[in-house]
Design a protein around this ligand. Sequence first.
Ligand SMILES: *Cc1c(COP(=O)(O)O)cnc(C)c1O
Length: 482
Amino acid sequence: MVSKDVRSPAALIPSLDKVLRSRVLVSVTKKYGLDLTTSILREIMEDLRSRILAGEEISKDVSMIAISEEASRRLKALTTPSLKTVLNLTGTVLHTNLGRAPLPIEALDAMVDVAKGASNLEYDLLTGGRGQRDDHLSDLICRLTGAEAACAVNNNAAAVLLILNTFAFGREVLVSRGELVEIGGAFRIPDIMSQAGAVLREVGTTNRTNEGDYESAINENTALIMKVHTSNFEIRGFTASVSEAKLAQIAHRHKLPVIVDLGSGSLVDFSADNIPKEVTVRESFQNSIDLICFSGDKLIGGPQAGFIAGSASMVKKINANPMKRAMRLDKIRIAGLMAVLQLYLNPETLPARLPALRLITRKYEDIKSMAHAIYPAISDSLNKLARVEVIDCNSQIGSGALPVDLLPSAGLSIKPLFEEKKNKTARSKALNQIAENFRKLPVPIIGKLNNGAIVLDLRCLENPNTLTDQLPELRRMFGVDL
Ligand SMILES: *Cc1c(COP(=O)(O)O)cnc(C)c1O
């Protein structure tokens, strides 16, 4: 008989069979099922074996209790959604990484309703024959933009790809060098162009492009002229670009279509509500643009989508491209988009009913008084850990809408109490620790790191309880006694 101390470390790991028969595992197996629990246990055993091979000390992790707890932890992570709501206190209202536009209740209701069962997605209730899924949206888009026809796809990147593939496959597309943008992620105009099978013909220079540049680039292989909204930057100084109207004149003189990738796209001029002016889709059509594409989830404030609107014959060709089928919208998003577009039918009530616009137009005074109202609770909770201050800050719309225009806002600045030590590493560690604990809350709070502080811009916090209700949990995380 071998004594305990000289057994090989691998022998410390109990057999799968033994673990499964253990009483501590009964409730776990019952909750998650035998198959799933067994496969998770196998993974745990495998990890323990690798750790032994790596020379790690694992004796604490091989008890039945430890194994059962690890199994519960992994099973819970596996069976709860990883995608969840967070509080966007970054100051960027339409934050791409945080899911862009919050949806209005009208859209949520419509989406849930249609998701529950069968719908007339592609079914004509009048004739009993086949219908088109885009019909649910196209009339509304036309009414709101003045377009002749419209269709919708998965997102605006898909819209650009589809337009180029339909009208410029194997042919040249003229784009100003000042508009060869990267929108973040993998959307770069030159790359989209080549993937669509079109040949990019750069025109002009980075800061200046004039009419003659377009004129001299046109040849027998030119398919179209494209204008791209410079969504996320602005070129200042010695600059020149050709207006939509002028571009349309040049294109039409050569019997070419002109298309605009508007990016964010706006259906209504809200400059009266203190939103800086963005060209509306309707205005672009008044400049004789043939086809315009824009996003559904940027300034429009709906679910993710890309709209293509304009000339009826061009939209017809797009609908006939087999690629369209690969980019089509599902019933849930069509339902949500329809509800959002219907809110636009009454622009006066829009800022109150459409959350994205409500947040963008929220008044500085309102945000500031909310900051003062929640300041004491947060300051108390972080007592001894950080200095909290009410501050003025600037929000931005985000997603490339009006990139250089800032919205005056207010919030809280949280600085770790480390400054006296002037130790940079310790200070940034403390700062990151606070930010990490905010992110670990049941409804994670996402702020912005700025100048050694975490700034919580309160523009997008409509219900302060979602923040203050979590403060006890935050204090528990920091190990502060309640
Ligand atoms: C955002 C943007 C896109 C991509 O739109 P998505 O809806 O995110 O796919 C394309 N072009 C421009 C100019 C944009 O601003």
